[in-house]
Design a protein around this ligand. Structure first.
Ligand SMILES: Nc1ncnc2c1ncn2[C@@H]1O[C@H](COP(=O)(O)OP(=O)(O)OP(=O)(O)O)[C@@H](O)[C@H]1O
Ligand SMILES: [Mg+2]
Length: 285
């Protein structure tokens, strides 16, 4: 039963039912920029504790979707509910409160170049919990750097002085330092070698083992999708669909991808171009 869609429950809510309440509900989401429709007709919910991989070809709207989930992009129409609250209907102060419950891992790590690694990871604590004393800040930063496998010496370095793989791990530590309920990752393994990619995959898995986080992982990397996700959602570019066709080609466990009914899904996961070159030239004509 979807509790959020019922009016006040007439009975006491059991913990089982609470677990079934989605953390995120997306209702008829529509996003357009300058008249170009990027997402439309998206209705989905994400359960607490779920790890969802969002896949699809470049430009299909994965990042836009992820950003609407954490209120970095406002839907043109439709709603995103987080823990039963419509993100569109929150005051800036309420939104700031809700944002503390999110962790972001952006593509290219997006660290603050002018801060050393310690200050980068400490930033969310100092920003959101300014009453925290410095000993506690140090303890938490050290613990989170350790959790992503970074030695203590790294703390004094600046982002430009460490490798891309290390930067990604610092980004992960920074995203997790406030123990967010929802973590969104944009291409966490892009640009990394296969071993470092797998280190990141393991860290995403580890986070869930440590506490009941909900994660949305936008990725091109099918190994990441298969390894970390218990559910995969595949988008297709809106501009290549007819009105009324669903933009979501697949929604299910990663084990179902390889033999998905839709040919476009199978082609994507196997990395086959098929007749896409012809389709692409038609779409841009
Ligand atoms: N702020 C914006 N203003 C205008 N257009 C935008 C904006 N953000 C995204 N777009 C457009 O929306 C479309 C989808 O972009 P998005 O970044 O979500 O794609 P994506 O699926 O994440 O692609 P990639 O795999 O290359 O990262 C693109 O055509 C992009 O140009
Ligand atoms: Mg993107």
């Amino acid at each position: 039963m979807n509790l959020a869609e019922t009016s006040m429950p007439s009975h006491e809510v059991s913990s089982e039912e609470l677990d079934a309440t989605p953390l995120i509900e997306v209702k008829d989401l529509h996003v357009e920029f300058d008249g170009h429709v990027i997402l439309s007709g998206i209705t989905r919910s994400i359960k607490r504790g779920q790890t969802v991989a969002v896949i699809g070809e470049s430009g299909c709207g994965k990042t836009v979707f992820m950003k609407t989930l954490v209120a970095l992009i406002k839907p043109t129409t439709g709603h995103v509910m987080f823990d039963g609250r419509d993100l569109n209907r929150q005051s800036p102060a309420q939104l700031a409160q809700i944002r503390r419950r999110f962790g972001f891992v952006f593509q290219h790590a997006a660290l603050f170049d002018s801060m050393n690694i310690f200050d980068n990871v400490a930033f969310p604590i100092r920003q959101n919990e300014p009453q925290t004393d410095e000993d506690e800040v140090r303890r938490r930063v050290r613990q989170h750097l350790l959790e992503v496998g970074l030695p203590e010496e790294v703390a004094a370095k600046y982002p430009a002085e460490i490798s891309g793989g290390m930067q990604k791990r610092v980004g992960l530590a920074r995203a997790l330092v406030l123990k967010p309920e929802l973590v969104v990752y944009d291409e966490p393994t892009t640009g990394l070698d296969p071993i470092m990619s797998d280190v990141i995959n393991e860290l995403i898995l580890n986070t869930r083992r440590t506490y009941p986080v909900t994660s949305v992982v936008v990725t091109h990397d099918m190994r990441t999708a298969r390894k970390v996700a218990d559910r995969v959602i595949m988008f297709f570019p809106r501009r290549m669909l007819d009105a009324g066709q669903s933009q979501i080609l697949f929604d299910g466990p990663p084990s179902g991808l390889e033999h998905a009914e839709d040919r476009r899904v199978r082609q994507f996961v196997r990395g086959e171009a098929g007749d896409r070159i012809r389709e692409m030239s038609r779409a841009t004509a």
